[in-house]
Write a protein that binds this ligand. Structure first.
Ligand code: CDP
Length: 220
């Protein structure tokens, strides 16, 4: 099979990355976590106190950030930041960073470059709408904010990151709001995406539902 693109979009904590990793393994696809790319830029902005309102600082930031992805490891200017980009501190600034047009132009280009000629599953917010409007299978994964906050809190607990339910829930809601209402590539369901509400589904059930769509497409 030549290039084959599966897109998974949805709000924070809807389970996109968990599901995408399983699907990638099952079908032998490459997996690209596009959120991690925005998180790397956000981490750089934090560490270098970049003023996001200042166009020339944003331009310099983009010129000075080299992102490398090797399997599940993320390198920002040569440093492994895979753990650091998942902290609540980075989650707190990533949405304003991702709303900047120049940031998106750079990362979308990189996403298309990485995907070229591959069988790949990508997760994010604008993958089925902007990055790959002609994707082969498009999924829009949703869940209630409360369920998503519970899942994210569990992830933090497993990693030993300190967090509490109320602040995780409000951070998720705030990110949803910024991501859905921004001018540049807002979080939107593509017209031809399959919507799956995972609030009351377990991981296996979601994987099965998505596999059905992939199998149908491969069989065409
Ligand atoms: O894993 P989680 O749902 O918390 O978020 P993520 O996928 O790591 O994405 C972090 C943030 O990056 C999102 O809240 C968006 O602001 C931004 N993002 C985006 O704008 N476009 C994408 N394709 C992926 C992420």
């Amino acid at each position: 099979m030549k290039e084959f693109i599966v897109t998974v979009d949805g709000p924070a904590g809807s389970g996109k990355s968990t599901i995408a990793k399983i699907i990638a393994k099952k079908y032998g696809f490459t997996y690209l976590d596009t959120g991690a790319m925005y998180r790397m830029i956000a981490l750089y902005a934090l560490e270098n106190s970049i003023d996001l309102e200042d166009g020339s600082q944003v331009e310099a930031m983009l010129a000075n950030t080299k992102l490398d992805i090797v399997g599940n490891q993320f390198f920002l200017n040569g440093k492994d930041v895979s753990e650091e980009i998942r902290t609540p501190r980075v989650s707190g600034v990533v949405s304003p960073v991702a709303a900047i047009r120049e940031v998106r132009v750079k990362l979308v280009e990189l996403q298309r470059e990485i995907s070229k000629g591959k069988r790949i599953i990508l997760d994010g917010r604008d993958i089925g709408t902007v990055v790959f409007p002609n994707g082969d299978v498009k999924i829009f994964l949703v869940a209630s904010p409360e369920e998503r906050a519970k899942r994210r809190l569990r992830e933090y607990e497993e990693k030993g990151v300190e967090a509490d339910y109320e602040s995780v829930l409000s951070s998720i809601k705030e990110r949803d709001h910024i991501d859905s209402t921004r001018k540049e590539s807002p979080l939107l369901k593509a017209e031809d995406a399959h919507e799956i509400d995972s609030s009351t589904m377990n991981i296996d059930e979601v994987v099965e539902a998505i596999s059905k769509y992939i199998d149908e497409k491969i069989g065409e």
